[in-house]
Design a binder for this molecule. Structure first.
Ligand code: RFL
Ligand code: PHB
Length: 389
C-alpha cells in the first residue's frame, strides 16, 4: 500500500491530523492497534479549548458538540475555606467547552469513511523504517498477515507508549521528565453534577476535582497515593472523600450513584525534543505529557495537529519546506507553556507526601493572593482557556 502520510494512532492527535489532511485532499492512512470499540471506551479528557473547538468547526464536525457540549465561562478553586471563581469570560473574554474526548473521538471516527479517511484497526506490531530517507515505511501485521505502507511522511500520533518516539536515534533526542508522587482516581457516574462549573479543591487530605460530561453525568477525581489500587476504593469511600475535600457547599449539591467507570492514572510531566526527525513527526502524547490539572493534554494534541497539518499541506502544495522545518520549534514553544501551567496548577492544588506545614501555608497564601488579585486571576484564565496558536 502507498500513501502520502501514514499516521500511527487514532487518538485525538491522529484523527484530527488525518481529517485536516484529507480536507486538503491528501492521501492518508491511519493504523491503530486497538478496535474502534476499545478506543471509544477510554474515558479521558473533558475540557476543550478554542484550539480544539475551532478545528472541529473547520472540519465541519462540530454539530453534536454545539448541541450537546456545555459552554463554561468560569471555574472554581477552593482551599476548603473559600470558593474562588475564575471568570474566564470577564477576565479574558473567552470560554471553554465541556465535551468529552470520547465524544470528540466518536465524531471523528464516524465521519472518517465518508471523507476517505482510512483507519486500519487492529494493526499489530507496527514498526517504522527508513525514517532518515524520503521513502519511509511502516510494517505491521493484521489478521495474521504481514503488511507494509510506503509513505512520504510518517506521523507518530501513538500516545506515550507507542513506538514512534523510540524510533528517534538516541543521539538526536532529549527528554525531560517529572513523575509526581501521586495519581488521580477518576469516577464516572450518571448523576447530575454538584455544581454548574468545575471545582478544583486543595484540601488537607489532598486534591479533588468535580467535573462533568453532561447535565446528567458527573466525572470526579481525587488525588490518591501512587501505590493504591481500585480495590482500596469502593464507590462509597470515593463519595465520602469527595464530599470532604470539595467542601460543604459542593457536598450539599452532590448526588451519589453507582460508578460506571473507575480508573487510576499516574501524573507525569514529560517533553521529548525534537518533534521531528527526517520524515517522522511526533504529535500529541507521543511527544509530551502534562498532568491533567490544567486540562491541556487533548488540547495540545489538537494544536500539534493544527501546526503539522498546515506544514504538510504547504509542503505537498508547493514543496515549501519552511513549515515542516519549523514544526518542532513552533509546537514545542506552545507545549512548554502548557507544561508550565499544568505543573504550576498541580503544585498549587495537590498535597505532596514530603510537603510539610510550610508548603501548605505557601499554597494557601498563593490562593489568597489569587483571590485578591485580578492580574493573577487573568493569568490563570488566559492559560486555562488556552494560549493562541
Ligand atoms: P492517545 O489518545 O493516547 O492516542 C494514541 C493512539 O495510538 C494508539 N497506539 C498505537 N497504534 C498502533 N500501533 C501502536 N504500536 C500503537 N501504540 C499506541 C493507541 O491505541 C491510541 O489510540 O494520544 P493523543 O492522540 O496524543 O491524545 C492525547 C490525549 O488522549 C490526552 O492528552 C488526554 O486524554 C489527556 N487528558 C486530558 N486532556 C485535556 O486536554 N483535558 C482534560 O480534561 C484531560 N483529562 C486526560 C484527562 C488524560 C487522562 N488519562 C487517563 C491519562 C484525564 C485523564 C484521567
Ligand atoms: C475531566 O472532566 O476529565 C477533566 C476536567 C478538567 C481537568 C481534568 C480532567 O483539569
Amino acid at each position: 500500500m502507498k500513501t502520502q502520510v501514514a499516521i500511527i494512532g487514532s487518538g485525538p492527535a491522529g484523527l484530527l491530523l488525518g481529517h485536516l489532511l484529507r480536507q486538503a485532499d491528501l492521501d492518508v492512512v491511519i493504523v491503530e492497534r486497538h478496535t474502534a470499540e476499545y478506543v471509544l471506551s477510554r474515558i479521558r479528557a473533558g475540557v476543550l479549548e478554542t484550539t480544539a473547538t475551532d478545528l472541529l468547526e473547520r472540519l465541519g464536525l462540530d454539530a453534536r458538540m454545539h448541541e450537546e457540549g456545555l459552554v463554561h465561562t468560569g471555574f472554581k478553586l477552593t482551599d476548603g475555606e473559600r470558593m474562588l471563581r475564575i471568570d474566564m469570560e470577564l477576565l479574558i473574554g473567552k470560554h471553554v467547552m465541556v465535551y468529552g474526548q470520547t465524544e470528540v473521538t466518536k465524531d471523528l471516527i464516524d465521519a472518517a469513511p465518508g471523507r476517505g479517511l482510512e483507519i486500519l484497526w487492529e494493526a499489530e506490531d507496527v514498526t517504522l523504517h527508513a525514517i532518515d530517507s524520503d521513502a519511509p515505511y511502516l510494517g505491521f501485521t493484521r489478521g495474521g498477515e504481514a503488511h507494509r505502507i510506503d509513505a512520504r511522511f510518517i506521523a507518530g500520533c501513538d500516545g506515550f507508549y507507542g513506538p514512534s518516539r523510540r524510533a528517534f536515534p538516541e543521539s538526536v533526542a532529549r527528554d525531560y521528565e517529572l513523575a509526581y508522587p501521586f495519581g488521580w482516581l477518576g469516577i464516572l457516574a450518571d448523576v447530575p453534577p454538584c455544581d454548574e462549573e468545575l471545582i478544583y479543591a486543595n484540601h488537607e487530605q489532598g486534591f479533588a476535582l468535580a467535573s462533568m460530561r453532561s447535565r446528567t453525568r458527573s466525572r470526579y477525581y481525587i488525588q490518591v497515593p501512587i501505590d493504591t489500587t481500585l480495590t482500596d476504593w469502593p464507590d462509597e469511600r470515593i463519595w465520602d472523600e469527595l464530599a470532604l475535600r470539595l467542601g460543604p457547599q459542593a457536598a450539599e449539591g452532590m448526588a451519589r450513584g453507582p460508578s460506571i467507570e473507575k480508573s487510576i492514572a499516574p501524573l507525569r510531566s514529560f517533553v521529548f525534543e525534537p518533534m521531528r526527525h527526517g520524515s517522522l513527526f511526533l504529535a500529541g502524547d507521543a511527544a509530551h505529557i502534562v498532568p491533567p490539572t490544567g486540562a491541556k493534554g487533548l488540547n495540545l494534541a489538537a494544536s500539534d495537529a493544527a501546526y503539522l497539518s498546515d506544514a504538510l499541506i504547504r509542503w505537498f502544495a508547493s514543496g515549501d519546506a519552511e513549515g515542516i522545518d519549523g514544526y518542532s520549534e513552533r509546537a514545542l514553544a506552545r507545549v512548554w507553556k502548557s507544561e508550565r501551567f499544568s505543573w504550576s496548577l498541580t503544585n498549587l492544588m495537590h498535597r505532596f507526601p514530603d510537603g510539610g506545614a510550610f508548603e501548605r501555608r505557601m499554597q494557601v497564601a498563593e490562593l489568597d493572593y489569587i483571590a485578591g488579585s485580578r492580574a493573577a486571576q487573568t493569568a490563570i484564565a488566559e492559560n486555562y482557556v488556552g494560549l493562541p496558536l
